[in-house]
Design a protein around this ligand. Structure first.
Ligand code: ATP
Ligand code: MG
Ligand code: MG
Ligand code: MG
Length: 569
């Protein structure tokens, strides 16, 4: 590809509405552009990465014996009514009507559609086991789309569904898919961990999530420093040895918060101008024996304009009285930013206010305590169940009984489930068994967040100059940067020659043939994160040499033109 015929679309400035580094770099490197909240257009460089990730995922699925299909995004409501999820799923399920007023959903996942397909197509035990997958756009009307393609409303997922006669057979395929997932993340060059997980709204018994380790991760994962034990924090809590704790009523309650007007009132009382740059506060509260509730602990996240904030659907977490200090609560309920999701009141606070002023602000809010009573929520604003995490504390013994517990932040990039017969029973998906009797199939399902992986990979691979792609998923493997080509007699010929030779050898090359200063070209190639740059300059050509630069190590090697092609290919 020649830069002159391409859309590089790089940006010098960091966009102000991007909170995490991957979102910032995806915008700056010209990978994505926002259409509307949680909806993104993939520009050519972004799409190239997305397709490379997809190809690795597809390859490993094929190797694991899964067969590719493609199901519609638009799904008839009656299938969802049959499984019971039309009611259960909540507002994340985007519901639409066609011109005949018939209800449909835009698929957030495809258990219903695949079960419907298989119950029609598969009639005998002889056709089992069967493992079908697709790579398809998913639609989820996320309550808080954020971090760019990390949590978007339309995203690309690889989802596979397996069908079996017995749970033993399901367990075998599950193990095979677990291995395939490890292969995928190994090939992507990511630092990841499979962890035991809850099955949530998808259902089933056994489940694992795959997390890419990153400080910006929304999830917390707990693992032992002395064994293979690793679980997501909710599961770790469920398995944790029981420590003494207050009764549930006192321990953790969630409440709806005041309307936006009340928040604006509070801000006014505290002289915070409506146009201030403010952060979202995740608030933890306490309750005394008399049941009076107040706010205590704060976790700041994100920049917002005060007048953008809407607080009608946010909730509060109340912790017991003895956890009066913020650190205590943060430690005790595992409330590092994001560790229990954005459960909490959203309060606008001036970023530069001291802790004392902040405390004052909260005290002021407490006087208005009545405003914080309301609907009881058992789910946080992302739809996750609110979990009491006080048993999962770093340095607790590990629930596995070996070593102590460590906690790290992770980005969920994959999730696999042994579903059992949840869907096949509800939707009557059965086959004729060996004994001539009808037998309900047992199922597994296996998801990979293909587009989320792109962002997660950047979270793990970047420096102050930009992205540093693992070669397997880089938009280009190598950039040719001819310095001041337009002023030179020799450089254009050498550059063209190398471009042709490298392409002929199957290298994915970007030839920067713009009339730009070398500095501009280097900056762009570093920002985009191309693993290798071949620099062609007058001085080195005097010795028939070109320079090969490694993006990750910064190392530069002089090579003869012939060596260059051989070394790279
Ligand atoms: P999360 O906990 O982050 O909301 P999930 O548990 O709801 O994810 P699954 O139903 O397990 O997601 O879907 C499989 C995979 O799809 C996830 O592991 C994740 O990688 C990806 N995914 C889910 N929601 C989104 C989203 N809104 N944007 C991008 N990728 C997503
Ligand atoms: Mg979700
Ligand atoms: Mg999840
Ligand atoms: Mg999940």
């Amino acid at each position: 590809m020649r830069t002159s015929q391409y859309i590089l679309a790089t940006l010098k400035e960091t966009p102000s509405d991007a909170e995490v580094i991957s979102h910032q770099l995806m915008l700056r490197a010209g990978m994505i552009r926002k259409l509307a909240s949680g909806l993104y257009t993939w520009l050519p460089s972004g799409l190239k990465v997305l397709r490379k990730v997809e190809a690795i995922v597809r390859d490993e699925m094929n190797k694991a014996g899964a067969i590719e299909v493609l199901m519609p995004v638009m799904q008839p409501a009656d299938l969802w009514q049959e499984s019971g999820r039309w009611e259960q799923f909540g507002p994340e399920l985007l519901r639409i009507k066609d011109r005949h007023d018939r209800p449909f959903a835009l698929g957030p996942t495809h258990e219903e559609v695949i079960t419907d397909l298989v119950r029609r197509e598969i009639s005998s035990y002889k056709q089992l086991p069967l493992n079908l997958y697709q790579v398809q756009t998913k639609v989820r009307d996320e309550v808080r789309p954020r971090f760019g393609v990390m949590r978007s409303r339309e995203f690309l997922m690889k989802d596979a569904y397996s069908f079996h006669l017995s749970d033993e057979c399901l367990a075998q395929t599950y193990q095979r898919m677990h291995t395939a997932y490890c292969n995928i993340f190994d090939r992507l060059g990511l630092d990841y961990r499979p962890v035991i997980a809850d099955t949530g709204s998808i259902g089933g018994s056994v489940s694992h999530e795959f997390h890419v380790l990153a400080e910006s991760g929304e999830d917390a994962i707990a693992f032992s420093d002395a064994s293979d034990y690793a679980a997501n924090i909710e599961k770790a809590e469920a398995l944790a040895p029981n420590v003494e704790r207050p009764a549930p009523s006192q321990a953790l309650e969630t409440f709806a918060t005041p309307n936006a007007k009340t928040i604006a009132d509070l801000a006014e009382q505290h002289n915070i101008p409506a146009t201030s740059s403010v952060k979202t506060l995740i608030v933890y509260g306490k309750a005394d024996e008399a049941g009076n509730r107040g706010l205590v602990a704060l976790v700041l996240r994100g920049d917002h304009e005060l007048n953008e904030l809407k607080a009608d659907k946010h909730s509060l977490v109340f912790a017991p009285l003895e956890m009066a200090k913020e650190e205590d609560i943060v430690a005790a309920i595992g409330a590092r930013p994001g560790s229990i999701g954005p459960v909490g009141l959203t309060i606008p606070v001036l970023v530069d206010r001291s802790a004392a002023v902040l405390a004052d602000f909260v005290a002021g809010a407490n006087k208005d305590g009545e405003h914080y009573r309301g609907i009881n929520w058992d789910r946080d604003v992302t739809g996750h169940e609110v979990v009491d995490l006080r048993n999962v504390v770093e340095g607790d013994p590990s629930p596995c009984g070996q070593g102590t517990l460590q906690i790290k932040r992770g980005i969920e990039v994959g999730h696999i489930f042994q579903l059992g017969s949840k869907y096949s029973e509800a939707m009557k998906a059965a086959v004729l068994g060996e004994n001539g009797k009808n037998q309900t199939m047992t199922m597994g399902c296996y998801g990979v967040g293909v587009s989320r992986i792109v962002a997660a990979a950047i979270e793990q691979n970047n420096d102050k100059f930009g992205i540093i792609w693992p070669t397997a998923i880089a938009p280009f493997e190598l950039a040719i940067v001819p310095m001041n080509m337009h002023k030179s007699h020799r450089i254009p010929g050498v550059a063209e020659e190398l471009y042709t030779a490298l392409q002929a050898n199957g290298v994915d090359v970007l030839f920067d043939d713009r009339k730009e200063r070398p500095g501009v070209m280097f900056n762009d190639m570093e920002l985009i994160g191309i693993p290798y740059t071949l620099v062609i300059g007058e001085r080195n050509l005097d010795n028939n040499e070109v320079e090969l630069k490694n993006r990750r190590t910064g190392e530069a090697t002089l090579l003869s033109i012939e060596e260059a092609v051989a070394t790279i290919t």
